[in-house]
Design a protein around this ligand. Structure first.
Ligand code: IPD
Length: 272
């Protein structure tokens, strides 16, 4: 597939991988130096560190230098200005799993995706703490290094290991806790690791059977979402809606419907 602006998904992925690796180096060094400059965003538990901002500035500067006509949407600074409107937009979470980063837990990631005309065509998720890296291109499969990923083949809800996450708003969390209380008796177990992009990579690997979360932002799932669809999983919202902020559900085709039915019954995309 040829993309206007002379880039194929593979070329965009190459750029993404290089820039994400450099960014991961910054995140790792800043973590080793100690995380001291911590501020809060939407609530007192929603934190942003100097590293989140430094990594985002570094990635935006690198993309600007190389591809000035591309847009960049980042978690910390939103949409960055570009020289001319082009079809490519990069979607960046400089540090997904900021709370884990703050506590020195090795479950955080740089997540960078390239979207062309609104469709994600390339993505990389890089864990700076472990060096693990996952990549995908549209139609080119999901990969961890040279190993192609196919997700889980599980089809029964009561045997499913289901990942999820929580928002930062206490009212939303209360609703999410009610949903979990209704779901946990119907599944093998629940996991909450704290970095949605890595949860989606684990799903692509088959280390989780399914995943759902209300309230994800585009930067949380842009790269990881391509990983899971390229691994053969189904992604959607509830009751025919697309996967979006209201609900992001990803599961193997045979598991999607039973999990979807349980989440609809529990009003998982309702509440605040
Ligand atoms: C958060 C993580 C977490 C998810 C939250 C996200 P951040 O991103 O991905 O797992 O449950 O919804 O906001 O704040 O660490 O970049």
């Amino acid at each position: 597939m040829n993309i206007p602006g002379k880039s194929t998904p593979e070329e965009l992925l190459k750029i993404a991988v290089r820039i994400a690796r450099e960014a991961a180096g910054t995140a790792r060094r800043m973590r080793a130096d100690g995380v001291t400059d911590v501020q809060t965003k939407s609530t007192d538990t929603d934190v942003v560190t100097a590293a989140d901002r430094a990594v985002e500035r570094q990635v935006v500067a690198a993309l600007r230098a190389e591809r000035p006509a591309d847009g960049v949407l980042g978690e910390e600074y939103g949409d960055s200005a570009r020289t001319a409107p082009g079809p490519v937009r990069w979607i960046l979470d400089p540090i997904d799993g900021t709370v884990n980063y703050l506590y020195g837990l090795p479950q955080y990631a740089v997540s960078l995706a390239a979207e062309v005309d609104g469709v994600v065509v390339a993505g990389v998720v890089h864990n700076p703490a472990t060096g693990a890296e996952w990549t995908a291109t549209l139609g080119g499969g999901a990969w961890r290094g040279d190993r192609r990923l196919h997700g889980s083949a599980r089809g029964t809800l009561d045997q499913a290991l289901v990942g999820t996450g929580f928002g930062y708003d206490p009212a939303r969390r209360a609703h999410q806790a009610t949903v979990l209380a209704g779901l946990i008796t119907r599944v093998r177990d629940i996991r909450r690791f704290g970095a949605a992009s890595l949860d989606l990579c684990m799903l692509a690997e088959g280390q989780l059977d399914a995943y759902f979360e209300k309230g994800l932002s585009p930067w949380d799932h842009a790269a990881g979402g391509l990983l899971v669809t390229e691994a053969g999983l189904r992604v959607g919202g509830l009751s025919g809606r697309p996967a979006d902020e209201r609900m992001y559900l990803a599961a193997p085709p045979a598991l999607f419907d039973p999990l979807h039915a349980a989440l609809v019954e529990l009003d998982a995309d309702g509440g605040p």
